[in-house]
Design a protein around this ligand. Structure first.
Ligand SMILES: [Zn+2]
Length: 119
């Protein structure tokens, strides 16, 4: 697995123990992981999660309509469709742009609903 300096795009096979880029001397805690396959696998997994969420929301909407639900929570929960949909679009876009891939941060393994900012 390779790592990429977030400053000058220099590639190394191991993050230097000092976290200092051997090329530009920049110190960073945000070295990027340069591995398209693991990036794509994570994105495909998130697409899968998002499809499940959107499917559950659709079922929930149908049930709410069918049983004429007056439970506000049952209606409100449908709002999670929006971030799931946005994330689904973004993941698909990123997967289709392999040429633009410049490495990724470790925290992208967390999907948006885990709350770690990995949209
Ligand atoms: Zn550098």
């Amino acid at each position: 697995m390779n790592f990429r300096c977030p400053d000058c795009n220099h590639l190394v096979s191991h993050i230097p123990p000092t976290h200092k880029c051997p090329d530009c001397g920049h110190f960073s805690h945000d070295w990027l992981i340069d591995d398209w396959e693991s990036f794509a696998a994570i994105k495909r997994r998130h697409i899968h999660y998002n499809l499940i969420i959107m499917g559950l929301v659709l079922i929930n909407i149908l049930a709410a309509i069918l049983y004429q639900s007056t439970n506000p929570f049952q209606w409100l929960i449908n709002l999670i469709f929006l971030p799931a949909f946005i994330s689904w679009i973004l993941c698909r876009k990123q997967l289709s742009q392999k040429a633009h891939y410049k490495g990724h941060k470790g925290n992208i393994v967390f999907p948006w609903f885990a709350g770690f900012g990995g949209l």
